[in-house]
Ligand binder design. Sequence first.
Ligand code: NDP
Length: 227
Amino acid sequence: MSTILITGANRGIGLEFVKQYLGDGDKVIATCREPSKAQGLSALSGSLDVLSLDVTDIVRIREVARTLRKTAIDVLINNAGVYGPRPAPFGSIDLDDWVETVRINAMAPLKICEAFVEHIGSSKQRKIIAISSKMGSQGDNTSGGSYIYRSSKAALNAVMRSLAVDLEGRKISVAMLHPGWVRTDMGGASAAIDAEQSVRAMREVIAGLTLASSGRFYNYDGTEIPW
Ligand code: NDP
């Protein structure tokens, strides 16, 4: 049995990760902003702990890390994220919205990794996952726009790439995953795949992650995405 910690676990891709890992008999620590309103989580059974965590709340991140100090975490999944305001075209970018989006999508995952590095380092699997987006790829950007979201995920990738280098000595592997275009509140109803398919495929990539394949940016099907 592995222990998996997932942020933004009350809906969408995060909730699906919780369901699938619980279904396999793993222990899941699901964090979300408002556990009392997390109906999707309260409907689940299995080895599940639900803890409140707004990922931008640094004090609370440290509090949760202290609460879990005796828990070895095999896989940390930094999933919580926002798209930011839309539309936000060239000429009308609000800097406060931009900062807030980067705070949630890129800064928070690093602070969470800092707080939980000992928990991960004391586990068997030692894996850190960031749910990124192809929108953060420079090589894949031929359609322009989406300044805020694209730059926040590009920043996340830069952070995670450095983490992969810095944590190699602790035998912690790191991967950035694009979940596909997924039917969630963020992805919308006309997205290409459902959360079940996306998460099932990403779990295979996570299961196959090793130190040798650490620090890379993967599509949900395991193919690499250009930076
Ligand atoms: P949803 O909008 O369905 O869910 C987003 C989740 O993030 C919610 O649980 C939300 O919590 C949580 N969240 C947002 N801000 C915070 C915060 N400050 N603290 C804690 N939790 C927060 O999106 P998805 O499930 O689709 O997205 C999950 C991840 O996948 C994101 O990182 C997203 O960028 C990425 N992604 C999604 C794609 C898609 O097509 N769906 C494509 C590419 C990447 P709350 O309910 O409290 O708002």
